[in-house]
Design a protein around this ligand. Structure first.
Ligand code: MG
Length: 389
């Protein structure tokens, strides 16, 4: 039965394009609730707790990890979805799964693994997230992966190169690769997850950055989007300016920034929906991206992103760990490629069976699935060098 609480342009589980391996409906849950539950029970999801966002997992217990980041993305996504009458369960499923393909050590790990795989098809974390849910999870007797619905998989594959889209299309005609070849958008739910991701990391990277001491509230005065809320909070609660209250000041400014960004997305997206008036999900796919900020907020958010890039992600202290993380991934790749028996038995057997490309992909999947600390320990076991942790 169609769900009348949803807007006509929302994804309705009763009209899902289905799963790669058809399954009878669950008695008490919709298809997207079921996807969300499968993601939460996956091995890759549990590993997110020990994977880096910006700070390496061992650098402090209170910094975001990929797991807490994913939960924050899901919180923001759901709250916006409800206001727009989009499908909250689908948004939650996509948000919780969006980083499943991330390597250890954040972007440093992904970039190095991509370099190592240059002659073997490359390594891209969005495509890897899809690979995790389609192939790498080993939980069902009948198939590889966790057999998610089309709409959740569509949302997980946020970006895709043309070459990879062609490979996907050859394997699964009319599947999740097709939109990249046709220049189409994904569902509004998927569009929303992309924006919720950006809102979440901009906010929590300020929080982690200031609490780590790598950036200061004084530096943030140059960032209008943040400074406005800091000034508002301080004017309303002057006691927040006392040194002992700096943490509350930071939290209050970030809270206000998050709320304003959420309301901005809701207003701007409602206006875009009113203008384009899509009648259903397929109409959405043929239109430009509709979920977004107003143009002022987009410009300010971009500026904040630029600040974080230069002042935090490129901070000398972050760069130093980044260099070590790159070395760990590079050396692990070389060792496993030359001596597959150093991997776990299943990966060793798979790597020894195939050609060089297949071997490289097996090694990349193995390293990609590692937590930060497992990768650091493996590196120490194999080289005798302790570079991290
Ligand atoms: Mg993310």
């Amino acid at each position: 039965m169609p769900d009348h609480s949803l807007a006509p342009y929302a994804c309705d589980p009763a009209r899902s394009r289905g799963r790669r391996y058809p399954e009878p409906p669950a008695p008490t849950r919709t298809e997207y609730q079921r996807d969300r539950d499968r993601i939460v029970h996956s091995t890759a999801f549990r590993r997110l707790v020990y994977k880096t966002q910006v700070f390496l997992n061992h650098e402090g217990d209170l910094f975001r990890t990929r797991l807490t980041h994913s939960l924050e993305v899901a919180q923001l996504g759901r709250s916006i979805a409800r206001s727009l009458r989009l499908n909250e369960d689908l948004v939650e499923a996509i948000c919780l799964a969006h980083d499943l393909g991330h390597t250890p050590f954040g972007h440093a790990g992904q970039d190095m693994l991509n370099d190592c795989m240059a002659d073997s098809g490359g390594f891209e974390h969005n495509l890897q997230s899809l690979r995790v849910v389609d192939q790498l999870e080993e939980r069902y007797p009948q198939y590889d992966g966790i057999n998610l619905s089309f709409e959740t998989r569509e949302g997980i594959l946020k970006h895709c190169s043309r070459r990879n889209a062609e490979l996907l299309e050859a394997r699964e005609p009319g599947g999740v690769g097709q939109r990249f070849l046709m220049g189409q958008q994904p569902s509004l739910e998927a569009q929303l997850c992309n924006l919720a991701d950006e809102i979440a990391y901009n906010a929590h990277d300020i929080d982690d950055g200031v609490r780590s001491g790598l950036i200061t509230l004084e530096q943030l005065r140059d960032v209008p989007l943040f400074e406005r809320y800091r000034a508002q909070a301080a004017a309303e609660y002057p006691q927040l300016l006392q040194t002992a209250n700096r943490r509350r000041l930071l939290a209050e400014a970030i809270r206000r920034m998050l709320s304003d960004q959420v309301y901005d997305v809701i207003d701007a997206t409602r206006a875009a929906l009113a203008q384009h008036a899509p009648t259903d999900v397929d109409a959405v796919r043929a239109l430009p991206v509709l979920v977004g900020f107003s143009s002022e907020m987009r410009a300010q958010s971009r500026q904040l992103k630029g600040f974080l890039f230069h002042e935090l992600y490129r901070h000398p202290q972050v760069m130093q760990t980044t260099e070590r993380a790159r070395q760990v991934v590079h050396e692990l790749f070389a060792i496993y490629f030359d001596e597959p028996q150093q991997m776990r038995a299943a990966q060793a057997a798979a790597a020894l069976q195939g050609d060089a490309q297949r071997r490289a992909r097996t090694v990349a999947d193995f390293i990609g699935g590692m937590t930060d600390r497992y990768a650091a320990r493996e590196h120490e076991r194999l080289t005798g060098q302790r570079l991290l942790g």
